[in-house]
Design a protein around this ligand. Structure first.
Ligand code: ASP
Length: 471
């Protein structure tokens, strides 16, 4: 017999079905044994009566989280016994047979309850159990719903999904890189991408025109509540566009996402209000303003755009005293192009950068890029990057732009943060299946871990431990 998903059982009143899942709760009343059975789709109350001798004997052995298969007849519950709160609450399964597929140890924390209060390290160590809990399961399902919506929406708009390498080259993108030693080229290293920024721009040079990717990004930063060593962006890039075009696609996509997938939510203002960086700083004291009218409403989504950021900011470490604020590949606003080329009043140059802000979080950012090699070169010059380093870090980009690079621009909304806000979760770890702790550790796999001597030799690596000072 084919297995029925628990959520579908009410459709089979009077019929025999086969269900499979985990024992959620078992209540042994001697003669009658009740088992709430759980699968991904839902929970159903089942009853085992002594008439079915073998099933009854098996039911006595059941403990929470045993994996079982059951056959039984779907019975409508009498009016008084119906449970309105549960989608299967109108029925009950009268079990005729039980097969125990696997036993289970007592779980280190209760998963029939919300695991919010459980020590987070323990939850991460046993993440596969944590994910069985209702809230965590819903977070993972919602995340998939969001990603699927993006894929469908962008596909319809003519975007294509392209994978870009994880093993790349170290680039000066603003954060610290995670590096991977090369076994073949000893002493050389790959770097994990901080974002697919350069690859996606190269895809525009390649004529792809509309690209997206559910892209994993790696940044070796000091971790904070809403940061992880690796996180996911909806990375996008488009050719022959201006700032408005990119902003419009993203705005339409986010509005449609909320309206079709989260009808219980309300977007505060459509079209999304726009603030300049200056206005935002003056009015809210930061560049990711929380403009919600009512901060207590869990279903209120207050999107806004922040635009007109300064291109450069002071940096003591730079030989010229300047670095970029967001992205070295950004193009200045058209009216500042001449100023950039002449390197005049650098502090006043505004970039085409646009950030999408949601309920006080930066939910993504992007810009129109400098597709002309001379303009990109000028940015690097202002930042004081030596010719040698320009060649080393940006040579391939400058070279590619000489072969007919189209004007292009893009954006990268953060998927973890967006799902976190949609699910009213306090941090992104709650919406990442296998998250790391705030200290960048994975307590389940015990990563990072040491390499054995053979692996170190193969990778050409010698470990140097800092000597502790003896006081
Ligand atoms: N690559 C940028 C980032 O990761 C986003 C973009 O400009 O598309 O922040």
């Amino acid at each position: 017999m084919q297995r029925t998903n628990i959520i579908d059982t009410p459709k089979f009143i009077g019929k025999t079905v086969k269900l499979a899942g985990w024992v959620h709760i078992r209540r042994d009343h001697g003669k009658l044994i009740f088992v709430d059975l759980r699968d991904r789709s839902g929970i159903i109350q089942t009853v085992i009566i002594p008439d079915h001798v073998e099933a009854h004997d098996n039911a006595k052995r059941l403990r929470n989280e045993f994996v079982i298969e059951m056959e039984g007849i779907v019975k409508e519950r009498p009016m008084s016994a119906k449970n309105e709160k549960s989608p299967t609450g109108g029925v009950e399964l009268e079990v005729t047979s039980i097969e125990i597929l696997n036993e289970a140890k007592t779980t280190p924390f209760e998963i029939t309850k919300d695991t919010k209060e459980v020590d987070e390290k323990l939850r991460l160590k046993y993440r596969y159990l944590d994910l069985r809990s209702e809230r965590m399961k819903n977070n993972i399902l919602t995340r998939y719903k969001v990603v699927k919506f993006f894929r469908d929406f962008l596909g319809e708009q003519g975007f294509i999904e392209v994978e870009t390498p994880i093993l790349g080259k170290t680039t000066a993108e603003g954060s610290r890189d995670y590096v991977v030693p090369s076994r073949i080229y000893k002493g050389k290293f790959y770097a994990l991408p901080q974002s697919p920024q350069q690859y996606k721009q190269l895809l525009m040079v390649a004529g792809i025109e509309k690209y997206f990717q559910i892209a994993r990004c790696f940044r070796d930063e000091d971790t904070r509540g809403d940061r992880q060593p690796e996180f996911t962006q909806l990375d996008m890039e488009m050719s022959f566009v201006e700032q408005e075009d990119v902003m419009n696609v993203v705005e339409e996509m986010l509005i449609k996402l909320v309206q079709t997938q989260f009808p219980e939510k309300r977007i505060q203002e459509i079209p999304f209000p726009r603030l300049s960086y200056k206005e935002s700083m003056e009015k809210y004291g930061n560049d990711k303003p929380d403009i919600r009218e009512d901060k207590n409403d869990p279903n209120l989504l207050a999107f806004c755009w922040v635009v007109d950021f300064p291109f450069f900011e002071k940096d003591e470490e730079s030989s010229t005293g300047w670095t970029f604020t967001h992205n070295p590949f950004s193009r200045p606003k058209p009216e500042f192009m001449e100023q950039l080329m002449n390197k005049e009043n650098i502090a006043d140059i505004l970039t085409t950068q646009y950030d999408i802000v949601l309920n006080g979080y930066e939910a993504g950012g992007g810009s129109i890029r400098n597709h002309e090699p001379k303009a990109l070169r000028k940015v690097l010059e202002i930042m004081g990057i030596s010719e040698e380093n320009v060649q080393r870090d940006y040579g391939h980009m400058l070279e590619s732009f000489k072969y007919g690079a189209p004007p292009h621009g893009g954006i990268a909304p953060g998927i973890d943060r967006l799902v976190m806000i949609l699910q009213n979760e306090p941090n992104i770890r709650e919406v990442i299946a296998f998250a790391k702790t705030g200290e960048a550790e994975d307590p389940m796999m015990e990563a990072p871990s040491v390499l054995d001597e053979k692996q170190l030799v193969e990778a050409g690596i010698k470990i140097v431990t800092k000597k502790k000072k003896i006081v």
